[in-house]
Every structure is written in structure tokens, then in C-alpha cells.
Design a protein. Sequence first.
Length: 67
Amino acid sequence: MPDQPSAPTTTFDRTVVYVDWVAPFNQGSPITGYKVVIRHADEVNFSEELTDCNRLALPTLQCAIPI
């Protein structure tokens, strides 16, 4: 099982939020994919980002979400 990744960084421009992360250590096994989960403004609920970040091609470590 891979280590828990560190928190991603986000940057914004007028139309896009960029989410960047560092691949966690995975005991030498390949990582086969990532899920991008967004915390809602209520800071309680979460949802998986399925439109722009679904099935990111590895080794991608960034997702661009239009706003």
C-alpha cells in the first residue's frame, strides 16, 4: 500500500484551478492511477472530480479544473 500523499498545491488563474501533487512512496510498486477529490465549502462533504481529472494518464501529477 502506498504512503499517504502530502497535501496538493493549488494555483488559480481566471478560468482554471490547477491541482499539483507529488507521487507518494509506493514500496517500489507502480502507481496505476489517482483520484482527485474536492472538499466542499462546508468543509464536511467531498466529491470526486470525474469530468476533468478522471483517469489521468500517468505520470501526470497535475489536474486542471475549469471554474
